[in-house]
Design a protein around this ligand. Sequence first.
Ligand code: ARG
Length: 463
Amino acid sequence: MKLWAGRFQKETDTLVNQFNSSIDFDSRLYRQDIEGSIAHASMLGKQGIIEEHEAEKIIAGLRQILAEIDGDGVEFSLDNEDIHMNIEAMLTGRIGDAGKRLHTARSRNDQVAVDTRLYVKEEIPAIIGCVLELERVLVKKAKANLDTVMPGYTHLQRAQPTTFAHYMMAYANMFKRDVTRLEDCRTRLDECPLGAGALAASTYPVDRFQTANTLGFQKPTDNSMDSVSDRDYAIELLSALSILMMHLSRFAEEIILWCSWEFKFVDLDDAYSTGSSIMPQKKNPDVAELVRGKTGRVYGSLITLLTMMKGLPLAYNKDMQEDKEALFDAIDTVELCLPVFAAMVDTLTVRPRDMARAAAGGFINATDCADYLVRKGLPFREAYMIVGRLVNLCIRTGDTLDTLTLKDFRAISGLFDEDVYQALALKTCVNERKVYGGPARESVLTQIGLIEDFIAQRKEEQA
Ligand code: ARG
């Protein structure tokens, strides 16, 4: 029999029963649900809303149920619809009448809100931990490749010289922002909706500060209607995860390009690549491709929640039950992608000679050539024109700037001297870019230091 059967004259239709039930996916919240119920029961007892000994009985019963689920697991029932009613029914089944007092001054609406917040609050540090591990890998790769010159691109056309270290630190900065976004989200969600009831709190003398405190929240939420209607924290998390996946996906795309024969900038470790069922020569970057592919799932979850919420009048609506699968899937996906991605980057081999080969073609020192003339007194715009003509000449003769003779240079501008070759050497081009944030060894070392501090600070806070 349903908990609410009193109001009804008929049984719920079987199909509706299945349709309405969320136990298949919200059973994952059992621990948070029990934690919330224990805090609630203990508060009810302390406030004299229920007898202390009943509260104790409830708490002992809940602890036992938790141990059972953690242990061999239990069969949840579809008839009890969701995790909240399943656990309540189990409790009453075990301890009898005292169990029926647990739901005093509470609704499933504040219950599900507190469960989900607790869940998200726990997952965020886990995700941050995975991102920091990736940061560690990027720092390691950067340190090993401070002088590994490679072409930097715009429009996927060779543009200016950079190093693999500089490249890795570009991604490290993206992931650093991802971490801070996740931290912001966690700070903002740190308020406890328990005690908001269905929407209008209750007439009992509940102590919401006490339950908030027991559950480790900063404070209770400030408005009971908002408390049960709000899914901002889930949407914020999904936004942060979408941006994080976007970064991973861009990185994945680069790796896919880099390990193609056209680039050959990196080799993936055999353990992180796959073969083809028909083409014996193939070594495919499936891990990177899957990460790129799974990005769509996470965006999908974000759009699911935004769309689900956009037309909902206050306060709770059953539409909101749809938040969980999307939220869980996004969290699972990110937690799946990050470690395998970090390991793939960690184990890949960099091919400095192929990078140097690509860097040597494509005139990535053309800007430096113009800068050389600027140092000799020419306005940049004029220098730019001259180098454009030089490049044009090279393309016709099959040369690069550094294979031109001094005579070729001088034919176009008398300002060129023997020292132009030194100025055009890619090593010089990189190491002269020692601006804050630039690719020069010393600038990249500063960037590495910043990320290392960022990681260390968080490790310290965790400890
Ligand atoms: N299973 C529900 C959910 O996930 C719990 C809240 C149900 N509340 C209600 N008023 N029907 O949203």
